[in-house]
Design a protein. Structure first.
Ligand SMILES: CC(C)(COP(=O)(O)OP(=O)(O)OC[C@H]1O[C@@H](n2cnc3c(N)ncnc32)[C@H](O)[C@@H]1OP(=O)(O)O)[C@@H](O)C(=O)NCCC(=O)NCCS
Length: 209
């Protein structure tokens, strides 16, 4: 389906636009994500309180939670089983309202299509999802904050987020995460080059006045 639509796009494009599309697809492509994080002990409680049940779950619960998270693939689950992973889950009665994953080890990163090394005293946040019926209640902030309170204060909790994903960036900045670098994968003629850069901590977005 996706390939067909690319072909349709090419057919509809003028020669110049077609050249650009081919260049982006076959010659050069870059996936870049910002690095955000905070020490567990530096996390700040979200301003909204959440009156739903929150649980930190192990491998036995992965499949049930995964069925409620459209952003998770079987490949992710397979990696989670092989890595040291905890699933933070928020329940409304028996219904799963949201879930978020914390993992470490040699972590497979789906968007960057490569492994990232996450040491034992760090926790890598990924595949967070809030059911649309429950958005606007700071559940993402709540899940990460709840997890931060369960691990040693000096441990680093971090993740990679697209700059354009403002709901995620704000959710994390509100609880103390700061931007401190970028990770990217660049493809030139299909060949991947990994790039990591640490940058000085960036001030968070200001709440609307
Ligand atoms: C990102 C996500 C987890 C956040 O869900 P949530 O916890 O319900 O977040 P909220 O709706 O409470 O929003 C958090 C903040 O972002 C703001 N926000 C939400 N959507 C926004 C948008 N489209 N543009 C700008 N700001 C937005 C909210 O106003 C809120 O800010 P506040 O703290 O100042 O009130 C949810 O949108 C989601 O599941 N998205 C799809 C999957 C995804 O992107 N996962 C995260 C990958 S890192």
């Amino acid at each position: 389906m996706a390939e067909e639509s690319k072909v349709d796009q090419l057919r509809a494009a003028g020669p110049r636009q077609a050249a650009t599309l081919v260049f982006r697809k076959a010659v050069y492509r870059k996936v870049e994500m910002g690095r955000w994080g905070a020490k567990a002990g530096d996390h700040v409680a979200p301003s909204r309180t959440v009156d739903l049940r929150t649980e930190l779950l192990g491998p036995d619960a992965y499949d049930a939670v995964a069925d409620t998270n459209p952003h998770l693939s079987d490949v992710d689950l397979d990696h989670f089983h092989r890595q040291d992973t905890i699933c933070i889950t928020v329940y409304d009665g028996e219904r799963i309202a949201s879930s978020s994953w914390m993992t470490r080890g040699e972590v497979w990163h789906h968007e960057l299509q490569r492994h990232i090394a996450v040491p034992d005293d760090e926790h890598f946040s990924c595949r967070s999802y809030v059911d649309p019926d429950y958005r606007g209640r700071s559940l993402f902030s709540h899940m990460v904050y709840s997890y931060a309170r369960s691990v040693p204060a000096d441990d680093l909790i971090w993740g990679l987020v697209y700059e354009w994903n403002l709901a995620s960036v704000l959710s994390l900045e509100r609880i103390g995460w700061r931007h401190s670098g970028v990770e990217s994968s660049t493809y030139l003629f299909g060949r991947q080059r990994a790039h990591s850069a640490r940058t000085p901590e960036r001030p968070p977005h200001q709440p609307p006045s």
